[in-house]
Design a binder for this molecule. Sequence first.
Ligand SMILES: [Zn+2]
Length: 236
Amino acid sequence: MVGIEVDRRTFLKATAVGAASLLVPGDPGYAATASKVIWSLPTSKTQRFAWTVDDGVSSRAVTDYLKFSSRYDLKFTFFVTSCYQTWQENKAGIAAGLASGRIQLGNHSHTHKNWTHLTEKLIRQDLMGCHNRMLDMFGYDMRPYFRPPYGLYNDQVLAVAAAEGYTKPMMWNGSLADSGSTNEKALIRNAKTWIGSGRIVIDHANSTFTADHFSDVLNVVRSRGLSTVTLREVFG
Ligand SMILES: [Zn+2]
């Protein structure tokens, strides 16, 4: 699953605009669905960006992000893939982060399958598997925020999610490209390129790579006078 995401990040870099949907202008349903998908923050006088952290293969990375959040007063939105032990292992830290308002959770599926290849029933199962686990664990309802695995969606994906109350599909328009074949130099370059006001930046908690070089990334944030926001505080 990580391999495909690396491919998407390579693509993201190549296109320099953000994730692509499977729908393109001219496809049936394009206008209807494209309007619902969110790619960036609305303009604001405040210099701010949303730092989103996907998946959660690395429990230690999530522990580190939670630590950074309280130490530096940073806000993160985790797009949770719930099959990992990470969430149980960080239960106390996440509960505290949710209570403080610095942490938001969004639905990123239970098993990270490509939903565009699944039946309605299986999409719903993967979506609500994640939903029910976070609800049980934290008493926290992630709706309406979700990010389909790999950022891939079609009309069916959006319709199934919307029917369950997941009406805000969140994409991104900047990436730290923090794992895979990248290195420290690339991470800093990506941070400088993509961390900016109005951006939704995608990062991953699949290794401790970003966490291990956190001060470099934080320097970019600070030097630009940016604050961090959760998606919920911007989009309600
Ligand atoms: Zn993912």
